[in-house]
Every structure is written in structure tokens, then in C-alpha cells.
Design a protein around this ligand. Structure first.
Ligand SMILES: O=C(O)/C=C/C(=O)CC(=O)CC(=O)O
Ligand code: CA
Ligand code: MG
Length: 418
């Protein structure tokens, strides 16, 4: 696939994250105007609500775009998603007859504030990165051996939708209960081992009914798009609470996502197969599709006052063992209905080498091996006022499908009421 040219000339440069091939969906506002749906193109946002009012685009009998979320469009399903994308391509392509009519509805990205692009109905996080699972086993349980279920089940836990926030939202260091290895009793206070997890988030567009299982191929068709996702993790809280039921408060205080939903359609040229199966999966997890994507990912850290961020690691989404479609199929397999707006975290993405690790827990090996930033400072975990940044994009021939960044700054813990 090569660059599709647009009359929005900033969309034709090789380094823009938002060429005509991409067209990611976000929610934006300018000044004190209401937040509404927009589509990124080059360094501009196409104001979908204004286009709808001007009757230049029409999806449904109800307003679909003068809303601060994309859920109404997501619910309409793949045929309408394809029609919308085709209409956007037609309007924005070089030589389009619509150029003069559309031009007034472009807003500079630099003037806009970006909001959550969807209402997250529920959030589930998986554990599908093999290197990450082996590293966590080695660090926490003394052995890199995978749990007995891991090669058979996309392991996951139910997270919190209420604390999923858009990139740029500050996160307070959580207070919580933990127990130091040499302490007799637990204590309560600000986490001392605050971490990130580099993940992709898959967004469910169409629902499947309570009680109705789906195939992996059906699950894949339900996925509207993908975002970058940081599953902030308080390792000391997690380490004390997680047996026997898994993560709880250690991951409930915040999950950040990038502001643009990159559609499954835009990512289609970058599909890759899941890796060879070490153990054959049970038939309900069979599929005919390539469920992963070749998306290059990077983790960076920027301490307060530093002129630029330090790159900590680089990896690729195609490293995962299970695809989002397999995870969604497994999730629904027992009869659990999946809703439009469901967010599935891929699990932490770590490649085989240390330069590809997707958490500070792994990069500092549980704090034993500090790393050095470009400022000369060292870190094991996150300090107050550090900013953590995830970046990602799929690289085509002379263009890229970018996600924008997923970033957040850690602020000091709030004082607990006494
Ligand atoms: O191995 C463990 O005990 C813990 C693992 C995690 O914290 C990872 C988790 O949230 C799932 C993932 O992101 O892969
Ligand atoms: Ca996680
Ligand atoms: Mg969360």
C-alpha cells in the first residue's frame, strides 16, 4: 500500500501520523465550545458535527457526530463504518469535487483540545505477551515458566472502565496497602513502585448478546479500532493483593489511552499472523484471519524540566501470542455479552531483548537494575512529576498509520482523609 494523496497537503508528508490512509476518529473542542466528533487529517481535524449540520455527511436519522463520543457510530456496524470511510476518502482525496465545500470545516489540530474518543462500557485486560509473562514469572515467582493455562487460554482479568482516561490526563500516585518483604505487617500509603504497561487497546464496535458465543472471525469483525493503552500498575500494591484473585487496586487507579481511534480498516494492510502455536488451541479458538498487526511501539520517559524524553524501549504489537479477536472470542465463549464500547487491553507487549521490554518492572528487573535517562538521572520506577509516553505507528510505503501519543504525568499522591 502506498500514500493516498489528499488536498490537505500536510497529510501528504511522509512523517505525518494522519495521512488519508489513516483517518482516525477522535473527540475535540476548541476554546469553550462543546466537545464533538472529528477526524484527523494531516495537521487538521475535520469537524464532523459541523459537516453533519451542513448536510455534507449523513449517517443515520439521528445526529451521529454532534456528540462527545463515537459510540453511536460504533453501534451501526461494519457496513456503515465502510460507507463512512469511503465518503471521507471521497471528500478528502486530491482532486475531490468537494474540496471547496469541505475546507471551511477543517480546524487546526494545534488549536484543539482532545477528549476521550468513546464512552468505555467495560474494560478487560489480558496477559498475552509471552516475554512479559516469562519475565513476570521470573521476577515474582522465581521461574520464567509460563503458568499451566497460558498456552491454552488468553488469560485476563476484569478491570475498571471508570478510571480509563485520555492521554494528557494527570494521574495521582495511588495510595494503597502493601507489605514490604521484611515487614511483619502491611502498611497504607503512596505506592513506591509505580509502573507502566505498554499495551494496545482494542475497541469493540458491535455487540454480541448475553448467552451467545461468537467465533474468532466474528469477533474480529466486531472490532472497530485500536488505541495505545497504558495500564498504569502499582507493583507494591499488586504484589500484596494479587493472590489468589489477580490484579485489583494495583491497576484500578488509572488506565490511559491515546486520543485517536485508529480503525481496523486503516490497519488492515498491516495484518500479521499470530505466532506458531506451541500447543494447539482448542477448536473454539480457531480462525481464518491474521489477527495481529505490524505496529511499531516505543516507551519514553520525561522527568520534570527535561527538554526532551528519553527512549526506554521499542517493540512491536506483532510480538503478542493472542490476538484481540481471540481474546474477544474467549471472553464471550461462556455467554458473557460483549458491548459496544468494551475496551480490551492486549496485555503488556515485551519483545525478547531488554531493549523491547514494555514495563519498568522488567526494564529495572524489579528495581535491582536502575536505568539512566538522557538527563543523567537514574530510575527504577516512576517518580512524581515524571511523564511517561507511549508512541506507535504502522509503517507503510512512504506513509505511516500513527496513533498520536498516549502520555500521562504522575502527580503526588493525594492526602488520604483521616
Ligand atoms: O505476572 C503477574 O503476576 C502480573 C502480571 C501483570 O501485572 C501484567 C498484567 O496486567 C497483564 C498484562 O498486562 O500482561
Ligand atoms: Ca496490563
Ligand atoms: Mg484501570
Amino acid at each position: 500500500m502506498t500514500l493516498m494523496k489528499s488536498w490537505v497537503t500536510s497529510a501528504n508528508t511522509p512523517d505525518t501520523p494522519f495521512p488519508l490512509n489513516n483517518l482516525p476518529y477522535g473527540v475535540f473542542s476548541v476554546g469553550d465550545e462543546d466537545a464533538r466528533c472529528g477526524v484527523a487529517i494531516g495537521d487538521m481535524i475535520l469537524d464532523m458535527a459541523a459537516l453533519e449540520t451542513a448536510e455534507l455527511i449523513h449517517l443515520d436519522d439521528d445526529a451521529a457526530f454532534d456528540l462527545p463520543f463515537w459510540n453511536d457510530v460504533m453501534e451501526l456496524g461494519p457496513d456503515i463504518w465502510a460507507k463512512l470511510r469511503a465518503r471521507l476518502h471521497e471528500m478528502l482525496a486530491e482532486g475531490s469535487a468537494d474540496q471547496a465545500a469541505i475546507e471551511p470545516y477543517l480546524v487546526p489540530l494545534a488549536d484543539a483540545r482532545l477528549h476521550m474518543p468513546l464512552m468505555v462500557s467495560e474494560y478487560t485486560d489480558f496477559y498475552a505477551g509471552r516475554q512479559h509473562a516469562q519475565n513476570m514469572g521470573a521476577i515474582l515467582r522465581g521461574s520464567p515458566d509460563l503458568p499451566a493455562n497460558w498456552l491454552h487460554i488468553p488469560v485476563g482479568y476484569n478491570g475498571r472502565a471508570s478510571s480509563v482516561v485520555v492521554s494528557g490526563t494527570d494521574i495521582h500516585r495511588p495510595n494503597g496497602q502493601s507489605k514490604a518483604p521484611d515487614a511483619d505487617v502491611p502498611s497504607f500509603g503512596p505506592s513506591k513502585r509505580l509502573d507502566i504497561e505498554l499495551e494496545m487497546g482494542a475497541i469493540v464496535g458491535t455487540s454480541c448478546e448475553f448467552g451467545t458465543p461468537i467465533t474468532v472471525d466474528q469477533a474480529d469483525a466486531m472490532i472497530f479500532g485500536y488505541v495505545l493503552l497504558n495500564d498504569w500498575s502499582a507493583r507494591d500494591i499488586q504484589g500484596w493483593e494479587y493472590l489468589p484473585l489477580g490484579p485489583f487496586q494495583g491497576k484500578a487507579f488509572g488506565t490511559s489511552i491515546s486520543p485517536w481511534i485508529v480503525t481496523a480498516a486503516a490497519l488492515d494492510p498491516f495484518r500479521t499472523a499470530t505466532p506458531a502455536r506451541e500447543k494447539e488451541l482448542l477448536p473454539y479458538l480457531d480462525s481464518t484471519i491474521d489477527g495481529l498487526f505490524d505496529i511499531e511501539l516505543e516507551v519514553l520517559m520525561q522527568p520534570e524540566g527535561a527538554a526532551k524524553a528519553t527512549s526506554l524501549s521499542k517493540t512491536n504489537y506483532s510480538r503478542m501470542y493472542y490476538s484481540a479477536a481471540e481474546q474477544l472470542c474467549h471472553h464471550a465463549s461462556g455467554g458473557c455479552g460483549m458491548n459496544s464500547g468494551d475496551l480490551l487491553g492486549s496485555g503488556t507487549i515485551s519483545g525478547p531483548d531488554k531493549s523491547e521490554y514494555g514495563s519498568l518492572m522488567e526494564l529495572s528487573w524489579a528495581g535491582r537494575d536502575p536505568f539512566t535517562l538522557d538527563t543523567g538521572e537514574t530510575r527504577t520506577f516512576i517518580e512524581d512529576n515524571d511523564t511517561l509516553i507511549l508512541r506507535g505507528g504502522a509503517k507503510g510505503d512512504g506513509y505511516q498509520i500513527g496513533f498520536g501519543t498516549c502520555e500521562g504525568t504522575i502527580r503526588p499522591a493525594v492526602k488520604f482523609p483521616t
